[in-house]
Design a protein around this ligand. Structure first.
Ligand SMILES: NC(=O)c1ccc[n+]([C@@H]2O[C@H](COP(=O)([O-])OP(=O)(O)OC[C@H]3O[C@@H](n4cnc5c(N)ncnc54)[C@H](O)[C@@H]3O)[C@@H](O)[C@H]2O)c1
Length: 458
């Protein structure tokens, strides 16, 4: 059972203590890098890690120049123990229940890297506990969860960075946005986000729950189901098929599939480009086609023993002013941005197109990239730049580059695509009121039920 906590009351008590970080001296003027500051001040930040899987470990390695992992929460004992050894030489405190981290006054910063269905609840509780948080994308499984997160962030004023690190790649995505913001493409008319499709698999057998894994807590707010696992028969792959670690991405119960897994990255860039181009209005409709690996009825998979998120899709999202965003599984992974004067393609390895080549003759104005980066310092080592941005914003109490408000604005689009895919029909969207127009069943997917004992503590 969850420990019942009055988070609003605790928040009021703890926010004064957390505010202590406000008084840290600003010493960034010389080099503007967090690395230099840490060296200079020998001032490291104790951090609590919630979710010690692939990304939690990777992120903590990226931030290791500045943070000490002093507490680790994971519902799988083998993961919390091995992470404690690899990240903290066995010296961190380990917990099954992340609430123990939120209760500690000596920890002001937490990193949430749990599966997607376990983001909104700890994030809200952490904000009320007075923590600053780096939370992995996508922040939510539903549009209504996003409304709640934005409300609590405004109420608590906590610093929240979303793990959409493409925003901190200064030679690729950030530069692409600077090109757009400088008017080099003219008015944006069309964007294309190619994000790949989800894998399919045959029925996965029930399996014995691994020793040390608290399956009930892993499921948390999601429906109660059995543990499924089939190891890779060839023995060549690290992972087989399961409804648990890593593979949770391919189940609507725990994720939105590729539409939110990679959509959270590329639709974020497309939306950032639109906003930098002066497009203030949100989407008005979404239509398209999708294919799922299983049959669906009223938006729910009929077979419950195999991956169910969309394996192929192509959606057209319409905006006022005859602007269109395509979100599709096929094609070269990346984002195509087309304006009246030219187009560019940007991916994790490439920034291409005539307006990019033209920079040789006609470079961007000085500080153009930093300007779209909210004027914040830019850590030159891109592998750790997004973390530097968060820790800088934690120290200075500034809004980080991947804030919850812009994140939810674009995640609404990803979620709408998911609802359209699940129901197999077009949707009209009232962006002002964040409602689907004239479709009761579709609107029922704006929220999800939470399993008893795992409701969000407010
Ligand atoms: N930004 C990126 O590029 C990027 C890349 C990979 C993953 N991610 C995100 O990171 C998150 C984690 O993905 P992953 O691949 O590391 O998954 P994973 O399954 O390897 O790790 C998740 C961990 O969280 C633990 N966990 C589950 N419920 C918990 C709870 N209530 N409290 C504490 N721990 C709990 C699990 O036991 C597991 O160890 C996902 O949201 C994913 O979308 C982001």
């Amino acid at each position: 059972m969850q420990k019942k906590t009055n988070h609003r009351r605790d928040f009021l008590k703890k926010s004064a203590a957390a505010g202590a970080s406000l008084s840290l001296p600003c010493v960034y003027s010389q080099t503007n890098t967090l690395a230099a500051v840490t060296q200079e001040k020998n001032d490291r930040i104790p951090i609590g890690l919630i979710g010690a899987g692939g990304m939690g470990n990777g992120n903590m390695r990226a931030a290791k120049a500045w943070v000490d992992v002093v507490a680790i929460a994971d519902v799988d004992q083998s993961r919390r123990d091995s992470t404690n050894q690899s990240l903290s030489q066995g010296k961190a405190d380990t917990y099954k229940d992340y609430q123990k981290i939120l209760d500690r006054d000596d920890i002001k910063v937490v990193h949430i890297a749990t599966p997607d269905h376990w983001h909104t609840k700890p994030l809200i509780e952490a904000m009320y506990a007075g923590k600053d948080i780096y939370c992995e994308k996508p922040l939510t499984l539903t549009i209504d969860e996003g409304k709640l997160i934005r409300k609590v962030q405004k109420e608590t004023g906590r610093i929240v960075q979303v793990g959409t690190q493409q925003r901190s790649t200064f030679n690729l995505f950030t530069k692409a946005i600077a090109i757009v913001a400088d008017g080099r493409l003219g008015k944006i008319k069309r964007l294309e986000c190619c994000i790949g499709g989800a894998p399919q698999c045959d029925a996965i057998p029930s399996a014995e729950i691994p020793a040390g894994l608290d399956w009930d807590r892993w499921l948390g707010p999601a429906p109660q189901v059995g543990y499924l696992n089939r190891p890779d028969a060839s023995g060549k792959k690290r992972r087989g098929n399961t409804n648990c670690h890593y593979e949770f991405r391919w189940w609507y119960e725990y994720s939105g599939g590729k539409l939110t897994d990679w959509g959270a990255h590329h639709v974020d860039i497309a939306n950032w480009a639109l906003k930098s181009n002066g497009q203030t209005a949100g989407p008005i409709s979404i239509s398209g086609e999708s294919k799922h690996p299983v049959e669906f009825k009223d938006g729910f998979p009929v077979q419950r023993d195999r991956y169910n998120t969309a394996s192929n899709f192509s959606f057209s999202v319409k905006y006022p002013g005859d602007v269109e965003m395509i979100i599709k599984s096929d094609g070269r992974n990346g984002v195509l941005i087309e304006g009246e004067k030219g187009r560019i393609f940007v991916s994790r390895g490439k920034l291409d197109g005539a307006p990019v080549k033209a920079l040789d003759q006609n470079p961007l104005p000085e500080n153009a990239i930093q300007n779209v980066y909210k004027g914040l310092p830019m850590e030159q080592n891109e592998r750790r730049a997004h973390w530097a941005n968060f820790l800088y914003c934690h120290r200075e109490q500034k809004e980080p580059i991947s804030d919850v408000h812009s994140h939810m604005e674009m995640l609404n689009v990803c979620h709408l695509a998911g609802i359209s895919a699940r129901l197999g029909r077009s949707l009209k969207w009232d962006d002002q009121n964040e409602q689907i127009v004239g479709d009761e069943l579709a609107n029922s997917f704006l929220a999800r039920p939470y399993r008893k004992g795992f409701e969000i503590n407010m």
